[in-house]
Design a protein around this ligand. Structure first.
Ligand code: PMP
Length: 335
């Protein structure tokens, strides 16, 4: 197999909004001047400060969402993709952490719209809400602590280089187990699991990590859900296999079964099925739809982005920009 350079620039861009590539895309944007939602009101980013002793900073007692808004230049419209689903999941994460989120999912969609409008974004944008234990005190626990909430938004440009397949490894790190730290909840502290796996892959010169559960079955990527395709069947681990119940995952599953009318199975996936699959796909709000061309030095398919993956990527890109009538209700217009 021909050696390929790791797609580090893309990987950094997709998963690190503070990377050099992301900075290039948000040129001319001054984060300090941006409007955020903090302590119940819209404020400038520069006027929003968090104390050194904040509980969440020390113990990871916070949960968050990653939401994208997509600019459609023809319609001159910015669409937030499935914001209600994201804020409902935030409520679920908060409830698992016994946190108070005093706004309904609907109110949070409205707040996000107002923020994007006030920031006058006319480009692809990332929305980051965070619920966190804000008490400034020592002591690991969830009870008897104050909860706070913030949202910030940031330009997060489209990246067109989605033609090259990712090179991956199966991580030596295992996915957190539901009875230890629930992967189903998007909890800040749990992301140390993702960070260990991601950096291990990066330091091995690869693009991304695939993480197994304690029982050795495939869970997901470091920040993406995983699909394999075998003989025209889309296969993905069930939600009881320590995965985040991804919104991109749900989107692809619905499109696959309803629009393409093709078979889908949710079942445990063995590690070696990754090696012999026709196609392997990683998907998520950040990663969008990424084809995998290599895992543990074995070529997947023909080593390139597979035909189904290409098709799903192309459809997803139109779908999130409000270009597919059937799915336009998932795209919340900002203007
Ligand atoms: N798994 C993990 C661990 C993630 O961080 C993400 C990104 N949020 C996903 C899966 C994909 O979820 P979604 O499609 O809802 O972004």
């Amino acid at each position: 197999m021909a050696a390929q350079e790791p797609r580090r620039d893309l990987a950094e861009l997709l998963f690190d909004p503070h990377s050099a590539a992301a900075a290039e895309m948000s040129r001319g944007f001054d984060q300090d001047e941006a409007w955020v939602f903090y302590q119940g009101e819209q404020r400038r980013y520069r006027d929003s400060r968090i104390g050194l002793m904040t509980h969440a900073l020390h113990y990871g007692t916070a949960c968050f969402e990653g939401i994208r808004a997509y600019w459609n230049p023809e319609r001159e419209q910015l669409y937030i993709f499935r914001p209600l689903d994201h804020f409902q999941r935030l409520h679920q994460s908060a409830s698992i952490l016994r946190m108070e989120l005093p706004y309904s999912a609907e109110e949070l969609v409205e707040t996000s719209i107002q923020l994007l409008r006030r920031n006058q974004f006319r480009t692809d944008t990332y929305i980051r809400p965070l619920v966190y234990k804000s008490s400034q005190e020592i002591g690991v626990r969830l009870h008897n602590l104050e909860d706070s909430f913030l949202i910030y938004t940031q330009p997060f440009g489209e990246y067109h280089e989605r033609t090259r397949a990712l090179r991956c490894m199966v991580s030596t790190w295992r996915r957190v187990d539901d009875n230890a730290a629930p992967a189903r909840a998007k909890i800040s502290g749990i992301y140390i699991n993702s960070a260990l796996a991601k950096t291990e892959a990066f330091e091995n010169g690869l693009d991304e990590a695939i993480v197994l559960g304690q029982d050795g079955h495939v869970c997901e990527g470091s920040a993406e859900n995983l699909f394999i395709i075998r003989k025209g069947t889309l296969i993905t681990p069930p939600v009881s296999d320590n995965i985040l119940e991804g919104i991109t995952r749900a989107t692809l599953m619905q499109y696959w079964t309803e629009d393409l009318g093709l078979p889908l199975v949710e079942r445990p996936i063995d590690r070696t099925e990754l090696y012999i699959a026709d196609e392997v796909i990683l998907c998520g709000t950040g990663a969008q739809i990424s084809g995998v061309g290599e895992i543990d030095h074995r070529q997947v398919g023909d080593g390139k982005v597979g035909p189904f993956t290409r098709q799903l990527d192309e459809v997803y890109n139109r779908l999130v920009r409000g270009e597919i009538e059937k799915y336009r209700e998932w795209c919340t217009p900002v203007y």
